[in-house]
Design a protein around this ligand. Structure first.
Ligand SMILES: [Zn+2]
Length: 143
């Protein structure tokens, strides 16, 4: 039963150019390696990012079109909740444990920026790699 469902699911793969060979390629890095280092999910070149957190439009090595993947704001929503909780708990703990002068709490600013940028990079890369591997795309109506 699950085989039939799986077969049906795989035949319903959306028609997208450029990703017909998105599984089982030889140069494909692991999800962890691609996410941590910003590697292209198809060829493994370090070409996923144009800036600190800005995705490149396409791979410079294999021309994989990154714009076709819709990473959206998914990572940002998770980061707001997770990093916000970590920083709030840390600030409350610091205040209740040591009652430092107010300016000591400025230490949270670089931690916040570092966690946000690192988390955004990691989250965007992981989502893009997973979209590439699973063939996930926006829903479309049949013409
Ligand atoms: Zn590539």
């Amino acid at each position: 039963m699950s085989g039939a469902a799986g077969a049906r699911r795989s035949t319903a793969k959306p028609q997208v150019t450029d990703t017909s060979d998105n599984r089982g390629g030889e140069g494909e890095p692991s999800l962890a390696a691609a996410s941590l280092s910003g590697l292209c999910p198809r060829c493994g070149a370090k070409s996923l990012f144009d800036g600190v957190v800005k995705l490149a439009p396409r791979c410079r090595a294999c021309e994989l079109d990154y714009d076709q993947f819709n990473v959206g704001d998914g990572p940002a929503a998770f980061l707001i909740l997770i990093i916000g909780a970590v920083i709030a708990i840390g600030a409350i703990w610091l205040e209740l444990s040591f009652s430092p002068p107010f300016f000591v709490h400025l230490v949270w600013l670089p931690i916040l920026i570092g966690l946000t940028l690192g988390g955004l990079r990691l989250g965007k890369a992981a989502l893009l790699v997973q979209e590439y591997r699973t063939g996930a795309r926006e829903g479309r109506l049949k013409e």
